[in-house]
Design a protein around this ligand. Structure first.
Ligand code: FNR
Length: 397
C-alpha cells in the first residue's frame, strides 16, 4: 500500500524509527533534559476547543495564504531542522523539491547537511526560500554567509535567538562517539571530534548574539528578518522594536531549555499583553461574543470582513506572527490561526517524512496537512483562512 499506511503526521515518526540509524533517531526525536516541553508543546493544543458553525456552504473551502508576501498552499512552513541527511541520503534536497511541488515554503537550517548551492541548484526559479541564521562567532564568516544569501536571492532570514548554546539532549549524549561530525553544514561546524550531533552543531554559534545584532544584519541585507525562539511577550515586543518583520514563537521543539512553556501559551500571553502586535481582527476575546447573538447569520461581524495588518516598525512590511512546536494536526494549525498566528511551522514532522520516503514523503505530509486543514475549515463552517477568528475557539484554562 506504500505511503497509504501513513494517514497522519505522527505516523511518519513511527515508520521512520526502524528505518533510520539510532544516531539519526536520537538526534531527530530528542529534546532537552526530560523532554517535558517537547511533550507539552503538543498537548497544549488540547486546551483550545472549537465552536463550530453549521450549514455554511463549505464546498469551496480554500486554505492557501501568503507568508511574508510569498504564496503558500497551506498556512504551514517547514521549520528549519538540521541534518536531513541523517535520515535520507538526499537530505534537504527532498525538502526543497517537495516544498516546490506542493507550494509550501522551506526554511533552510544553518546546519543543513546539503550546501546552500546544492539546494539553490534544485530550487525552481520562482520558488521562495527562507534561511535560518545561526550567527558564527567569527563575524567575517557570518557576514560572508549573509552576503551569500543575498546573492542567492533568498527571501527571508529567520534569526534563531533561543540557542546561544545547545540544550542538553540526553538521547544524543548517550550515543556520543558514534557521530562523525556534521556532514557539510552551511555555517557552523564543530571540530568533528567525539561529540553528540547537537553538541557538534553548536560549536561555532556566537553566544553573545544580542538585540543590537539585528541592526548589523539589516546593514548587510534587505531581507525581512523574523526572530525565531520568542518565548515571552517582552521579547516579542523587543523583536518588533528592533525592526523585525515577524516573530516565530518557538522553544526549538523543546530542545533548548526544558520546562519552558508550550509555544501556544506564549501566543496566548502575547494576545493578552501585546494585542497591538496582532492583526486587529485577532485582538478580540475567544468564545461567544454577545454581539454575535444580534446577527447569528453572520459568521463574522460586517465591519471585520477584511483583515487589517500590523506594519513593522519601519512601516515597510506587514509584521507577522508564527508559531512552531508540537503541531501535528490540521486542527492544531487552525487553532493557532484563530488565535492570531499568520502561519505555523513544523520541524520534526518533515524530517521524518523525508526520512521515510524522500520527496514523496514530503509531498505526502503536505497532502495530509492540507486535507486535515480543509476538513477542519469545513467542519468549522469556514471557507477561507481570513474568516478564522478568536471567537471560533475557546481556551480552557
Ligand atoms: C531543530 N530546530 C532547529 N531550529 C533552528 O533554528 N535551527 C536548527 O538548525 C534547528 N535544528 C533542528 C534539528 C532537529 C532535529 C529538530 C527536531 C529541530 C528547531 C525547529 O526549527 C523547530 O523549532 C522545532 O522542530 C519545532 O517543533 P516540532 O515541529 O519539531 O515539534
Amino acid at each position: 500500500r506504500g505511503l497509504g499506511v501513513i494517514v497522519n503526521m505522527r505516523d511518519f515518526e513511527k515508520y521512520a524509527e526502524p528505518m533510520i540509524s539510532k544516531v539519526a533517531w536520537a538526534y531527530y526525536a530528542s529534546a532537552a533534559d526530560d523532554e517535558i516541553t517537547k511533550n507539552t508543546n503538543a498537548s497544549a493544543y488540547q486546551k483550545v476547543v472549537f465552536r463550530p458553525r453549521i450549514l455554511r456552504k463549505v464546498a469551496q473551502a480554500d486554505c492557501s495564504t501568503e507568508i511574508l508576501g510569498k504564496a503558500s498552499s497551506i498556512p504551514v512552513f517547514i521549520s528549519p531542522a538540521a541534518m536531513a541527511k541523517l535520515g535520507h541520503p538526499d537530505g534537504e534536497v527532498n525538502l526543497t523539491k517537495g516544498a516546490h511541488s506542493t507550494g509550501i515554503i522551506q526554511v533552510i537550517s544553518s546546519n543543513a547537511s546539503c550546501s546552500l548551492d546544492e539546494l539553490c541548484a534544485v530550487r525552481s526559479s520562482s520558488q521562495p526560500l527562507f534561511f535560518q541564521l545561526y550567527v558564527n562567532r567569527n563575524r567575517d564568516i557570518a557576514s560572508d554567509l549573509i552576503r551569500k544569501l543575498n546573492k542567492l536571492n533568498l527571501d527571508a532570514i529567520f534569526l534563531t535567538g533561543d540557542a546561544p548554546v545547545g540544550g542538553k539532549r540526553e538521547r544524543d549524549l548517550r550515543l556520543k562517539g558514534e557521530f562523525e561530525g556534521p556532514a557539510g553544514g552551511v555555517a557552523v561546524k564543530g571540530e568533528g571530534e567525539s561529540k553528540g550531533v547537537s553538541e557538534a552543531m553548536f560549536a561555532g554559534v556566537d553566544p553573545d548574539l544580542n538585540w543590537e545584532d539585528i541592526k548589523w544584519i539589516k546593514s548587510l541585507s534587505d531581507m525581512p528578518i523574523v526572530v525565531k525562539g520568542i518565548q515571552c511577550v517582552e521579547d516579542a515586543l523587543l523583536a518588533y522594536e528592533h525592526g523585525a518583520s515577524g516573530i516565530l514563537i518557538s522553544n526549538h521543539g523543546g530542545r533548548q531549555l526544558d520546562t519552558t512553556r508550550p509555544s501556544l501559551d506564549v501566543l496566548l500571553e502575547i494576545r493578552k499583553h501585546a494585542p497591538q502586535l496582532l492583526r486587529p481582527q485577532y485582538r478580540g476575546p475567544t468564545g461567544l461574543i454577545e454581539s454575535a447573538l444580534k446577527d447569528p447569520q453572520r459568521l463574522i461581524p460586517k465591519e471585520e470582513v477584511k483583515i487589517g495588518k500590523v506594519m513593522d516598525k519601519e512601516g515597510n512590511r506587514p509584521f507577522e506572527i508564527y508559531v512552531d512546536g508540537g503541531i501535528h494536526r490540521g486542527t492544531d494549525v487552525v487553532k493557532a490561526l484563530c488565535l492570531g498566528a499568520n502561519a505555523v511551522g513544523v520541524g520534526r514532522g518533515f524530517l521524518f517524512a523525508q526520512s521515510v520516503a524522500g520527496v514523496q514523503g514530503v509531498e505526502h505530509a503536505v497532502g495530509i496537512l492540507e486535507k486535515e486543514i480543509l476538513l477542519t475549515l469545513r467542519l468549522l463552517g469556514v471557507n477561507k483562512l481570513e474568516e478564522l477568528r478568536p471567537s471560533m475557539v475557546e481556551v480552557k484554562e
